[in-house]
Design a protein around this ligand. Structure first.
Ligand code: SAM
Length: 292
């Protein structure tokens, strides 16, 4: 039984890192006229009401997008990220990864969304249908699948469209999710060695008991798969030594597009001090495998 609901966490510091990275990769794919596919293995509800009980209960967005939005950004990527979010924030909403993708993709591109939770799949369909209705022009082709995203990713490949991005964003509610990511990426990468794979992971202190160290283990396993390149971008908003649970998060990108590292470094240099909850907050951009 899945109990995780992203509505409690929407717009937090993890979402800021994840969606900024998602936007930058999609922008790189948009440079070429040739259509591409966006695959979201763990889609969530698509869009979140920040005034709803779930978001208000934890108010995590106040420590994430809530800190960023009122500031006038200097970095060009951040300016675009804020502009992308602005229509939603103006209505007390935060767009999830499916709506961010739908906002950026062209009508020739394709979106494949997977979600397993029985309630969230309904919310996803409703939110995406509402989004399509609001758009006067054509939007990208969308398919929404009520299924396990790990299994669904492997099953959907090779896709008819030969270039694109997979976002893998599990809740890590169960410790086996880390192993499942490695196993799914291993099989998917074999079927699609030119695809871009972006995986979100939490940075956890020892207090996380059975999950502490699992993200680090997962990164090592992903390196073992031998992708053409592998970039890691991490944003830690708190002091890891405080032992407060999740102190930040990261994105592992296999087959990272050219210059995404520089764009992320520049954007995070501005984001980190704004989202810092401690003077030990930091960001880190590093190539775990560099292109030859
Ligand atoms: N990617 C979304 C975003 O950025 O807006 C947030 C996704 S949330 C972190 C994780 C989602 O994965 C939850 O909605 C959960 O119900 C769903 N989920 C959990 N296990 C899953 C699985 N095996 N396959 C597909 N979805 C799953």
């Amino acid at each position: 039984m899945l109990s995780y609901r992203h509505g409690f966490h929407a717009g937090n510091h993890g979402d800021v890192l994840k969606h900024l990275t998602q936007m930058l990769i999609i922008e790189k794919l948009l440079v070429k006229a040739k259509p591409f596919v966006y695959i979201d293995t763990h889609s969530g509800a698509g869009c979140y009401d920040l005034a709803a009980d779930e978001a208000q209960k934890t108010a995590e967005y106040e420590q994430g997008i809530g800190r960023l939005q009122p500031q006038q950004a200097n970095d060009a990527s951040l300016v675009r990220y804020q502009a992308l979010l602005q229509p939603y924030l103006a209505q007390q909403q935060y767009p999830g990864s499916p709506v961010i993708a739908a906002s950026l993709l062209r009508d020739t591109d394709h979106i494949e969304l997977m979600e397993l939770h029985n309630t969230e799949i309904g919310n996803l369909k409703t939110n995406l249908a509402r989004y399509r209705k609001q758009q006067s022009e054509q939007t990208a082709h969308q398919s929404i699948h009520h299924r396990d995203g790990f299994e669904g990713l492997v099953a959907i490949l090779p896709h008819a469209i030969k270039r694109g991005l997979v976002l893998i964003d599990p809740s890590y509610e169960i410790a086996s999710d880390y192993q499942q990511v490695v196993s799914a990426v291993k099989q998917a990468y074999k079927r699609w060695p030119t695809g871009i794979f972006a995986i979100w992971y939490p940075l956890l202190t020892q207090r996380a008991k059975n999950k502490a160290g699992k993200s680090e283990w997962m990164l090592e396993q992903l390196v073992q798969l031998g992708p053409k390149n592998m970039l890691v971008a991490e944003l830690a908003v708190d002091d890891p030594a405080k032992d407060g649970g999740m102190y930040g998060s990261g994105m592992a990108i296999l087959n990272a597009p050219w210059q995404v590292d520089e764009l992320l470094a520049s954007a995070l240099a501005e984001v980190t001090p704004q989202l810092a909850q401690d003077d030990k907050a930091y960001h880190r951009i590093s190539w775990m495998i560099e292109s030859e």
